[in-house]
Structures are given as C-alpha cells and as structure tokens.
Ligand binder design. Structure first.
Ligand code: DGJ
Length: 371
C-alpha cells in the first residue's frame, strides 16, 4: 500500500467512533451487574449526561413498592445506577403510598426555574385503574430526591380546543348506552361523550409522556376518556400544572403508550393499541402543528412480528444528542408474571418516504447506524 494511503487509512480507522452496541430483548446489566430496573421509562439529557428514569418493578408485583429509579450514561449503553429518584411512601394517607400503581414516569428540565419536573401515571392504592390521575414531583437535582407535589385529573373545567360547540352542548351521556361498541356508542364517544362526563372533575389520565418543544413549551400527552382518546395538554411555564389548553387526538382510537418526536418541523407520535400487558400493533400519528390536525398512519413496524411491535410496547422516543435526525424508539417487552424481568427493546427509527419505519435488529451499533 502506498505510504500516504496507509497513513490516511490509519487516521480514518482511529477516528471511527467507539461502538455502542444495543442488543434488544437481552438482559441489560447496569454498573452493578443487575438488569436495569427502569420500565415504562424516559430519558432526559442534561449537562452532557443521559438520565434514564423508569418504574422499579418487583419479582412478583407490577405495583410500586419502591418508586421511580434513575440511571445515568454517557454512551447510552453503560448505565450507572443513581438509585431511587422518587420513593413511594409508607404513609397510608399519601397518594403515592407503597403498593399504588405508578407508571411511565418522565422527567423534564425547566430552564426558567432550574427545577427538574417529573410526571407519571398514578393509580391509587387498591383502586385498580379507576383513579386515572397524573402525579407531579419536583427536584433541584436531576437524580433526586424528588418531592411529590400532588396528583389530579387534568384540565377540570376546560373544553378541548378542538371540540365543537355542538359537541360541548350535547346531552348524550354514557348512561344512555346499555352496551359499548355499537355504532351509536362509537359516534357519541367520538363526539366527546366521555370528555363531557369528566368536564368538572378533570379528564382521565393514564399512559403518558411529556414533550418539550424547541420554544420551551411543554406538553403532557395521555390516554384519556377510558383509554379511548388521547389528549395533548399544554403545561404552565413552570411545568408544574396544566394551563387548561388541550386537544383530543384520534377520538375513539383506543391508543396507549404515546411517544413523540419532531423531525424537520413535523411531529411524529407512535402509540400502541390497548391490550393490557400483551403486545399489539403500533400506530403512527403525524402533525405539522402540535395542536393538530393529527393524521393517523398504519403501523410503522415492518418484518416478522411487526404486528406485535416485536413483542413490545413503546415508552419513549429519544433524540441522540449530536447526531442529526437520529431517534431511538424505546419500548418494553412486558413479563407480567415476573415484572422485574421485562426487557428493553431499543430500535433505531429509520425513514422511508418521510415517514418513520421500525425494523428488528438482533443487535446494532448506535454510532454505526447513526453516523
Ligand atoms: C398497558 C400500559 O401501557 C401499561 O403501562 C400498563 O398500564 C398496562 N397496560 C397494565 O395492564
């Protein structure tokens, strides 16, 4: 080999990024050799570090007996346990008492207040999934400890921006329908029958995510109306509450597990259907404006087990810092018989004809797929 070509090849190979290998579905050991215990999670990038927050799950129980865990990383592959960011408590009068259901925690940073704000889906102790509340906690330090502030059903006393006068004034109620899923029931649901029912007490809020837009405005996106319709609601400037401005998305579409990202000014949201812990086909929703209209597209997954989202359910979409248009779809492969063993399915979001596509990889290198 010519001497100069040899030197250039040597320099090029020494510049190649260190591999960052993701093996979807395998045990993912933390710095102490224990499988990461941060399910239904999300990631915050702060001060050159990624922080992964998620549900601590037990050997037998999916309920919250510990709280929200936190892990840190610089390369998205090696994760250091930062302990418990938000503890559930022994106090039996607390909304977050041990044994409650605390799911899908997400943390965002407020530039103006310098506080870290955590939202999560909260179900009160021994009340099944009937409370359908959002919980809010805050901390001065990214890893916590977070202080629990309150839980509630959002947007009490406010109408969705995209609900018509006629829909707001309709007198049809769920009690008018002895049976669900009939054509009449579907129409009434799509027309906001459950939004009206919950107008005073606040809207139901289950599976959820948070999103901070480029202008610093933050949004809470959640499964509402008995999981039948998604809501997207604006948060206050300090991110600690809802302003009351919100829209309904995909009325009657039965969506859970919302995860959102923005590429070239367009918003993409990947959701799942509602089948408990069992996987189902993902859905895609696209909008040019966060306030809609949102258009639904078919399942972005392709290939074997695409109809089951590769046996997983989405939880968050992570923009890889420092790379253009590099997004990771993070999902959980639930194992309700042994919740602690649920595996993480992380896949790169590819694009075809401007739309996201997900395909299975047995293993992949973050620095290779996203150059
Ligand atoms: C599906 C949700 O996405 C999960 O977070 C959890 O609430 C399960 N349902 C419970 O069945």
């Amino acid at each position: 080999m010519n001497y100069y070509i040899f030197i250039i090849a040597l320099l090029a190979s020494s510049c190649r990024a260190v591999p960052a290998i993701v093996v979807p579905g395998e045990i993912w050991p933390d710095d102490q050799g224990r499988h990461v215990n941060a399910h239904g999670g999300g990631i915050l990038y702060h001060d050159n570090t990624y922080y992964w927050f998620g549900e601590h799950k037990g050997e037998r129980s999916s309920s919250a007996w510990v709280g929200v865990t936190c892990y840190s990383s610089h390369d998205l592959v090696s994760w250091t346990s930062e302990g418990v960011a938000l503890f559930v408590v022994a106090d039996t009068t607390s909304d977050i008492r041990e044994g409650c259901v605390l799911e899908r925690p997400k943390v965002i940073y407020n530039q103006k207040t310098g506080k870290f704000v955590m939202y999560f889906h909260l179900e009160l102790f021994r009340r099944g999934y009937s409370a359908a509340r959002v919980g809010v906690a805050v901390s001065d330090r990214v890893t916590g400890p977070y202080t629990f502030l309150y839980s509630y059903r959002p947007c009490a006393g406010y109408w969705p921006v995209n609900m018509t006068e006629e829909q707001r004034n309709s007198t049809i109620t769920p009690g008018d329908f002895p049976e669900w899923w009939t054509d009449e029931w579907r129409k009434a649901t799509n027309d906001g029958m459950f939004t009206r029912r919950d107008f005073e007490g606040g809207q139901m809020s289950r599976d959820m995510t948070l999103y901070v837009d480029d202008d610093g405005k933050a949004y809470h996106i959640y499964s509402s109306e008995e999981n039948l319709t998604l809501h997207l609601a604006e948060l206050s400037d300090d991110y600690l509450s809802h302003t009351g401005k919100y829209i309904r998305i995909a009325p009657g579409g039965h969506n859970e597990a919302p995860a959102i990202f923005k590429k070239d000014g367009r918003y993409f949201m990947i959701t799942s259907g509602c089948t408990g812990w069992a996987p189902n086909a993902a859905r895609l929703h696209v909008a040019d404006n966060i306030w809609g209209p949102w258009t639904e597209y078919p399942n972005p997954c392709v290939g074997e087990e695409a109809n089951l989202t590769f046996r997983s359910q989405g939880t968050y979409i992570l923009p890889v810092v420092g790379k253009k248009n590099a997004f990771i779809f993070m999902a959980d492969r639930w194992t309700p018989r042994r919740p602690i063993d649920a595996r993480y399915i992380w896949l790169p979001i590819l694009f075809e004809n401007g739309l996201p596509v997900l395909k299975w990889y047995d293993r992949w290198d973050i620095n290779e797929v996203f150059r």
